[in-house]
Design a protein around this ligand. Structure first.
Ligand SMILES: [Zn+2]
Length: 174
């Protein structure tokens, strides 16, 4: 009986040594891939969804990976909006640089975005006006104006997205 108990202790001890060994190996493995993953996602932006507040926010991919590793074994990170530990990467933000012509506006505030929209709408109206008055035979000018209108559409879509993001951020921060 006592002999059996001793055997069990030795077996348990051996298992602990093996388990610690495997654990250490895995940590070392994950350190390597961690650095690789951080490099591979650099410059990307993730869309992070929260199951607790049902909102989403953008997060720098490297910061997200760090948060995942800091969180330990779980796949969830802390939500930036409601602070619940229920947020996870649910998409990639397509790399969409700020369109040209918006540099003079502060696109980090709702007021700034609205300023940009107002200015854009004025330009849009001018272009539409000119398009209406241009001679139908002047195809080159018509193409040029249509191209400019297309650019404004792109800026407008960008501003709409920025506005939504900013409004959501402010609603969540309250
Ligand atoms: Zn949340």
């Amino acid at each position: 009986m006592e002999h059996n108990a001793k055997k069990k202790v030795i077996l348990a001890g051996a298992l602990i040594v093996v388990a610690v060994g495997i654990g250490t190996y895995q940590v070392m493995q994950s350190r390597v891939s961690q650095a690789e993953i951080r490099d591979s996602v650099r410059g990307q932006t993730y869309i992070v969804c929260c199951e607790a507040c049902d909102k989403q926010f953008d997060m720098d991919a490297v910061a997200y990976m760090d948060a995942i590793y800091a969180a330990g074994t779980g796949n969830y990170i802390t939500c930036q909006l409601c602070s619940a530990n229920n947020a996870w990467k649910c998409g990639d933000r397509a790399v969409d640089p700020t369109p040209e012509g918006l540099d003079q506006f502060d696109l980090t505030s709702l007021a700034g975005i609205e300023d940009a929209k107002r200015s854009l709408n004025a330009d849009y109206a001018d272009l539409q006006d000119e398009l209406r008055r241009v001679a139908p035979s002047d195809q080159a000018r018509i193409d040029e104006l249509k191209q400019k209108i297309k650019e404004l559409d792109r800026r407008r879509a960008y501003l709409d997205d920025r506005w939504d993001e900013e409004a959501m951020k402010q609603a969540g921060g309250r």
